[in-house]
Design a protein around this ligand. Structure first.
Ligand code: SAH
Length: 262
C-alpha cells in the first residue's frame, strides 16, 4: 500500500487508490494502445495516470483540485504526450478532441458525480470508443441490470441503449485511502458495439423512459398520462399499457415510443 502525503478532501470525493496491483489491473483491463487518445477524469495523485500515459498516444488528465494539479504538473508535465486540464470535468468542453480517433475515457471518479459524468458522456458518445469508470457497486449493478429485477431502471435502459455495458470487476474498499463506506466496481460502456435501434423521436424516447420509471410501481398507462401531447394516443396504440416499466426490455421502450410518435 502506497503512503499518501496529502490531506484528502471529502467534498471533492477524494478516495485515493493506494494499491498498485489494483491500479495496474484497471489500466490493463482498459488496454489502451499507442493509437488511443485517452481522457482521464480526476487524476488525483496519478496512480492510474502514470500507467496510462505510457500506454497511449496522448493522455488528457482532468483534475479539479489546485494542490493536486501542482503535484501532477511536477510529475508529468515533462512528458510530451501529456496534457493537464484544470477544472470541473462536468463543465468542460471536449469538442477540441472530438476529431481524435480512437478517443476513450477512464476515471476513478468521485461517486457523487457518477450520474452527471455518465450522462455527459452519453450526450457525445458518438465521438468515444468507450468509457470505463470505477463507481459504487450498487450503481454498477443498476447499469448492467436485466429487466424485471429491482436494479433495472433509467441507468440500465440508457446504458444498454447507448452502449454495451459490462462489469469488469469488483473492488474492495480496503484499497483506498481514506477507505470509502461502499464497495466499488469497474464498469465499461462499449459505445462501438452498442446495439442498433431505430428511434423515430429521441426526445420522446427519453421522456417515455424517464416518466415510466418516475413511478416504477405504476402501470405505463398511468405514468405516461402526464407526458405532453400523447395522452390521446395511450388508449389507441397496440401496446400492453398495463405493464410496469421494469418489465420492458430496451427494444420495447423503443417500440412504445415509436408507436406514440406516429
Ligand atoms: N483517480 C485517482 C483519484 C480518485 S479520487 C485515484 O484513483 O486515486 C477522485 C478525484 O477526482 C480526486 O482527485 C478529486 O480531486 C477529483 N475530482 C473531484 N471532482 C472533480 C470534478 N468535478 N472534475 C474533475 N476532477 C474532480
Amino acid at each position: 500500500m502506497t503512503k499518501i502525503d496529502f490531506r484528502p478532501k471529502q467534498t471533492l470525493g477524494q478516495n485515493f487508490l493506494v494499491d498498485e496491483n489494483v491500479a495496474r489491473k484497471i489500466v490493463n483491463s482498459f488496454a489502451a494502445t499507442k493509437d488511443d487518445v485517452v481522457i482521464e477524469i480526476g487524476a488525483g495523485l496519478g496512480v492510474l495516470t502514470k500507467y496510462l500515459v505510457e500506454d497511449c498516444k496522448h493522455l488528457i488528465a482532468v483534475e479539479i483540485d489546485r494542490h493536486l494539479i501542482e503535484k501532477l504538473k511536477n510529475q508529468f508535465s515533462m512528458l510530451e504526450n501529456f496534457t493537464l486540464l484544470e477544472g470541473d470535468f462536468l463543465k468542460m468542453d471536449f469538442e477540441p478532441y472530438f476529431s481524435e480517433r480512437p478517443l476513450r475515457i477512464i476515471g476513478n471518479i468521485p461517486y457523487h458525480i457518477t450520474s452527471p459524468v455518465i450522462f455527459k458522456i452519453f450526450e457525445v458518445r458518438q465521438f468515444f470508443k468507450n468509457l470505463q469508470l470505477m463507481i459504487q457497486r450498487e450503481v454498477g449493478q443498476r447499469i448492467v441490470a436485466k429487466p424485471s429485477t429491482k436494479d433495472y431502471g433509467i441507468l440500465s435502459v440508457f446504458s444498454q441503449f447507448y452502449s454495451k455495458p459490462q462489469l469488469v470487476f469488483h473492488v474492495s474498499p480496503n484499497v483506498f485511502k481514506p477507505k470509502p463506506d461502499v464497495e466499488s466496481s469497474v464498469i465499461n460502456w462499449d459505445f462501438e458495439n452498442a446495439p442498433e435501434f431505430q428511434v423515430k423521436d429521441m426526445e420522446l424516447f427519453r421522456a417515455v423512459v424517464r416518466s415510466s420509471f418516475n413511478q416504477r410501481r405504476k402501470m405505463l398507462r398511468k405514468s405516461l398520462q402526464k407526458l405532453p401531447g400523447i395522452s390521446h394516443k395511450l388508449g389507441e396504440i397496440k401496446f400492453d399499457m398495463r405493464k410496469r416499466p421494469e418489465e420492458l426490455i430496451v427494444d420495447e421502450f423503443v417500440e412504445l415510443s415509436n408507436l406514440l410518435s406516429d
